[in-house]
Design a protein around this ligand. Structure first.
Ligand SMILES: Nc1ncnc2c1ncn2[C@@H]1O[C@H](COP(=O)(O)OP(=O)(O)OP(=O)(O)O)[C@@H](O)[C@H]1O
Length: 383
């Protein structure tokens, strides 16, 4: 099919006040433009894209936050004779591509914006009769095999047959920045993705537990690369060397508390980076009860030293639900690549941490000084 343009629909942006809406629309357009060189118009709640390569454009739109659905379309003038010609040509192309035949029942779905001497119902009836005349296919308005969409907007009319689903959400960059704790496991990439979908710019922070895990950051960098497919700009990546701090926790604190102290340190360091980067929250992949560190007492104890909000978008999800999202967005395949387990995890990790005891231990290990040390030696850079 020789398309002229792609019609892009966005959802929640449409219900904002005009000022906010304009800002969100501009962000959506600039995000698309960062990934795709093409002319873009915006009009009456729709974005119109005029790409050179339609496959590439569809690929970009399917990974752009804020896009609810999109349709490659042909455009024509709002004139019955020209519409008849265009519908005939469109249907001919569909038949030769094998996507429609006279055996398929069909319906015309018409929308109309502007002032015209016909109703959308009349236009649908007209286009339906054109298709019947050309193909002999039966009309079925309630349960058709095939739908052809005719969208009349003032003096322009658009014809398309596909509504390709996008991710939805809000354009990245409309909701500020967060620091996402990215482990290389299954959950944290999904958590980061869900926050990106709500319009935040994510800065990734990984803790390298070497020598208690492998030395390489390769796996987590692959995950960042995958998340980059959904981001208009490359995600900034920080890697913190965490082995020395873990050694201190193991040697100088009750062994059962290692995971609690490990997580507390992550949040505190994330908070320091957030302040430097102008981020207003921390995101992690906690899911209640999934592992020892994710019980309610431990969540309270680990977050205590941090005053910044820690957002856990997976907190109420089951592992299967999380894995399904990971699969859909392409991070799961990377997350399940083999990697050494962390050997700093004690045999019996604390699942019922007592806050006053944790506070006491944090003082004993001079937590703040440890955090400072790690922050000052951070490696940062774009992934
Ligand atoms: N090495 C790490 N670097 C950065 N963040 C981490 C690291 N380890 C854990 N986290 C953060 O803490 C969250 C909870 O980690 P935990 O190890 O308790 O659970 P998990 O189910 O193994 O998480 P994941 O599947 O994301 O690895 C992770 O989702 C992630 O956000």
């Amino acid at each position: 099919m020789d398309y002229d343009l792609i019609i892009v629909r966005y959802g929640e942006i449409g219900v904002k006040s005009p000022k906010v809406r304009r800002r969100f629309e501009n962000k959506l357009i600039s995000n698309i433009k960062r990934k795709l060189k093409c002319e873009i118009d915006i009009n009456q709640g729709r974005v119109f894209l005029y790409p050179e390569n339609f496959n590439e454009a569809c690929e970009v739109l399917s990974k752009t936050m804020g896009v609810v659905s999109f349709s490659p379309a042909v455009s024509t003038e709002t004139d019955f004779n020209i519409i008849e010609e265009t519908v005939n040509e469109y249907v001919e192309n569909l038949i030769s591509e094998g996507s429609f035949s006279k055996e398929n029942s069909f319906a015309i779905r018409c929308r109309r914006v502007g002032t015209h001497e016909f109703s959308s119902h009349e236009m649908a009836g007209f286009c339906g009769s054109v298709v019947v005349k050309a193909t002999g296919a039966p009309v079925n308005l309630s349960n058709p095999d095939f739908e052809l969409f005719v969208e009349v907007r003032d003096n322009k009319t658009y014809i398309y047959h596909e509504k390709i689903q996008g991710i939805g959400g809000l354009p990245i960059g409309t909701q500020g920045k967060v620091i996402a704790l990215l482990s290389g496991g299954i959950d944290s990439p999904v958590a980061a993705f869900l926050m990106m979908k709500r319009g935040v710019e994510v800065i990734a922070l990984h803790f390298n537990n070497y020598p208690y895990t492998g030395k390489s950051n390769e796996k987590v960098l692959k995950i960042v690369d995958k998340l980059n497919e959904y981001s208009p700009t490359p995600i900034k990546f920080y890697a913190a060397g965490y082995g020395e701090y873990l050694k201190k926790c193991i040697e100088d604190a009750p062994i059962r508390l290692t995971c609690v102290l490990c997580k507390s340190g992550m949040y505190r360091i994330a908070e320091e980076i957030a302040e430097k980067e102008g981020a207003l929250a921390i995101v992690d992949g906690s899911s209640l009860g999934q592992v020892a560190s994710q019980t309610l007492p431990n969540i309270l104890a680990t977050r205590y030293p941090t005053s910044m909000p820690v957002l856990s978008p997976l907190i109420g999800m089951d592992k299967i639900e999380i894995e399904e999202i990971g699969k859909k967005i392409g991070t799961l395949d990377i997350s399940i690549l083999p990697a050494p387990e962390c050997t700093a995890v004690p045999q019996y990790p604390e699942t019922n941490a007592k806050l006053d005891k944790v506070i006491e231990v944090l003082e004993e290990i001079d937590f703040d000084a440890e955090v400072k040390k790690i922050v000052s030696s951070l490696e940062d850079g774009e992934s």
